[in-house]
Design a protein around this ligand. Structure first.
Ligand code: BES
Ligand code: MN
Ligand code: ZN
Length: 497
């Protein structure tokens, strides 16, 4: 979809459709009033017939509205005016794209971004509109045969976003930001959705190099031998059961001041998690292709901020490998020596995420980071605790936690803070090593975070457990692109400081 910003009268747009909002009960938004006036009360008459009350998310497509240049007028229900806030705005925008999804209307003008949303300006409204329009038209057909490739003949092709004249400049900024974010999100979804025999650690490394080329990012890929030299025994332990070579990918966006300490993002990149010798049950095991969604979110965020040319130093670190059962695989009882020097007793080979992350987190020290945020589909327990709406947030620094929570609120990609109290640490005691890799069933997402905290003492750190938010199961199975909106918003705010 292509987007542009404009200021114009709704009744005069020579588009295939104009989109305007209607509040409950049948209260016209400003743009709808303009159309109704031109059409001499046609809209009010239609509403009086009872076909649209203005219920949030409802829609009605009208053809040949008198004295209106556009072929169609699309009425979108906005709900009660008093209750119209950011969530309602997003829902209305989604409904407007859906209303035209199977229509022949290709050139469309929308007036939804012209409706006031408390606390938010035109830039935010336009950025959100772009993000939602791209999100709701996202399709993945890379691995479909040629007869089943998606034919994009229907739905909106060009969307003109009309705003007040005084808002045009802000709206243009919002458009640029929205496009960059949407492109990052869609990259994250593509990587997540790709089959695990295609999306291998080597593939991810190649994607990083390609991203570096197109976006002017510095990319380095460490191979097994490099990691052996660094003593990454924990990461390499997980990788040793797979024929796919592990990679440690480092992507640098250096657009901040030279002496500015970087924000480091570390993404879990298990391209397939069988559980290893502690093999997972068979049901829905295909979904463990999504175990690299933390890595994918780092890719997407790096792409978004690169397209925004965000003035900040940001480094993405991605440890990536497969977790496979094999003659060479690690076994329960094995003891690994991490890069930090701490020894780890592997009591369950399915708790592999923390084993690859801990070495990447130690590696992050070399960049003297301002803050480190790791993103990982780390625990099933986090899904039990928070469901699919919030990512789990853990941090050793309250200020950093607050920044991330606020960013999640603003981006409507929320996280919820969980405790990281010392009380939980003893669950990781081992009789044979410095630490065990599991802490029992109680508080599973917390003890996983506690494990990571043993490797992040030298800097401000936060951990996002995205096991419940990175993808959807069932009929609409697919990657969500989360938490790219949260991370990007967090970095935008950091750059503005
Ligand atoms: N990748 C999984 C976590 C996961 C499970 C994410 C289900 C989304 C859905 C992770 O590697 C894992 O297997 N964790 C174990 C840890 C346990 C062995 C302590 C889990 O959550 O069961
Ligand atoms: Mn696992
Ligand atoms: Zn895993």
């Amino acid at each position: 979809m292509e987007f542009s910003i404009k200021n114009g009268n709704p009744e005069k747009q020579r588009s295939d459709a104009v989109i305007v909002g209607v509040f409950e009960s049948r209260k016209l938004s400003a743009a709808a009033v303009a159309i109704d006036l031109a059409a001499e009360g046609y809209i009010t008459a239609v509403l009086r017939s009872g076909d649209l009350e203005g219920k949030l998310g409802s829609s009605l497509v009208l053809h040949s509205v008198p004295n209106v240049a556009a072929t169609r007028v699309v009425l979108i229900g906005l709900g009660k005016e008093r209750e119209f806030k950011e969530r309602e705005y997003r829902q209305a925008v989604r409904a407007s794209v859906r209303a035209l999804a199977s229509s022949a209307a290709a050139n469309v003008t929308t007036y939804l971004a012209d409706i006031p949303v408390k606390k938010y300006d035109a830039a935010w409204k336009v950025a959100q509109l772009v993000e939602i329009a791209q999100d709701s038209t996202y399709r993945f057909d890379a691995t479909k045969g040629k007869d089943n490739k998606i034919k994009d003949t229907k739905g909106i092709k060009k969307l003109v976003i009309s705003v007040a004249k005084s808002d045009v400049k802000k709206a243009e900024d919002g458009l640029k930001q929205g496009l960059a974010l949407a492109s990052g999100i869609s990259f994250t979804k593509d990587l997540g959705n790709l089959a695990p025999n295609y999306c291998t650690p080597t593939y991810l490394a190649d994607q990083a190099k390609a991203l570096g080329k197109t976006h002017g990012l510095q990319v380095e890929v460490l191979e097994r031998a490099d990691m052996e030299k660094l003593g990454m025994g924990s990461f390499l332990g997980v990788a040793q059961g797979s024929v796919e070579p592990p990679k440690l990918i480092v992507i640098q966006h250096k657009k901040g001041k030279k002496n500015q300490k970087p924000v480091v993002l570390v993404g879990k990149g298990i391209t397939f998690d069988t559980g290893g010798i502690s093999l997972k049950p068979g049901a829905e095991m295909d979904e463990m292709k999504y175990d690299m969604c933390g890595a994918a979110s780092v890719f997407g965020t790096m792409k978004a901020i690169a397209e925004m040319e965000l003035p900040l130093n940001v480094i993405g670190i991605i440890p990536t490998c497969e977790n496979m059962p094999d003659g060479n695989a690690i076994k329960p009882g094995d003891i690994l020596t991490s890069m930090s020097g701490q020894t780890i007793e592997v009591l369950n080979t399915d708790a592999e995420g923390r084993l690859i992350l801990c070495d990447a987190l130690t590696y992050a020290e070399k960049f003297d980071p301002a803050a480190v945020v790791d993103i990982a589909t780390l625990t099933g327990a986090c899904v039990i605790a928070l469901g699919h709406h919030a990512s789990g947030l853990f941090s050793n620094k309250d200020g950093l936690a607050k920044e991330l929570l606020d960013a999640g609120e603003a981006a409507l990609d929320r996280a919820w803070q969980m405790p990281l109290w010392d009380d939980y640490q003893s669950q990781l005691d081992s009789n044979f090593a410095d630490i065990a890799n599991i802490g029992g069933r109680a508080g599973g997402s917390i003890t996983a975070a506690c494990f990571l905290s043993r490797f992040t003492k030298k800097y401000d750190w936060a951990h996002l457990d995205i096991a419940g938010t990175a993808w959807k199961s069932g009929k609409d199975k697919g990657a969500t692109g989360r938490p790219v909106p949260l991370l990007t918003e967090f970095l935008i705010k950091r750059a503005a400081k």
